[in-house]
Design a protein around this ligand. Structure first.
Ligand SMILES: [Zn+2]
Length: 187
């Protein structure tokens, strides 16, 4: 199945790409301070430090069973516009990563999914931010996958016909998923 939608390229910088300039507590202009070997914006008036936390992303390998086909989305937004990837996205501050994976799959494929297990936790150092990727295995429980806003195309691939993926971590996650739950690390 392959359904098309119009491209929508709207780069949305992760919040950690924005360098704090003023103290959110007392509005004093921040200056850089060495904090345990890292230069971070810090407040000289109230000791606030603008730590750079990683962004958390949840993704899912949606399949019809071990060794079966895997659903991928073709990205309709930057970065990596037009490339294939696992469905997923940023975890909200008040959300369990597992719930975020289910929500993002619903937003990107238009169907309800259930998460079965944790596949693994990965980390990527991007130019703009550090990203922690929590990867799950799941399956579609209702609805028919279709392209949605921010997604150009959705398609199911056999394991021997997987296209190159937009992110190296996604390729590693699919390989990890293929090895099965016995090989998975502890949560
Ligand atoms: Zn301050």
């Amino acid at each position: 199945m392959a359904l098309m939608a119009e491209p929508q390229s709207q780069p949305r910088p992760a919040s950690t790409t924005l360098r704090a300039r003023f103290c959110p507590r007392c509005a004093t202009e921040l200056s850089e301070r060495d904090v345990e070997g890292k230069l971070l914006p810090a407040c000289g008036a109230c000791d606030f430090i603008a730590y750079r936390d990683p962004k958390v992303v949840a993704v899912a390998v949606l399949s019809d069973g071990p060794g079966g086909t895997v659903w991928l989305i073709r990205r309709g937004i930057e970065p990596r516009l037009g490339e294939w990837a696992l469905p997923g996205g940023y975890v909200d501050y008040d959300e369990h990563p597992r719930a975020a994976a289910e929500r993002e799959c619903h937003e990107e494929l238009g169907c309800r999914v259930e998460i079965d297990r944790l596949v693994g936790v990965h980390h990527a150092n991007l130019v703009t931010a550090g990203v922690v990727i929590v990867a799950y295995a799941g399956r579609i429980v209702s609805g028919t996958p279709r392209a949605c806003p921010e997604v150009l195309e959705v398609r199911r691939f056999g394991l021997d016909e997987l296209p190159p993926l937009a992110f190296a971590t996604h390729s590693a996650i699919v390989r990890e998923w293929q090895r099965g739950p016995e090989a998975a690390p502890a949560p």
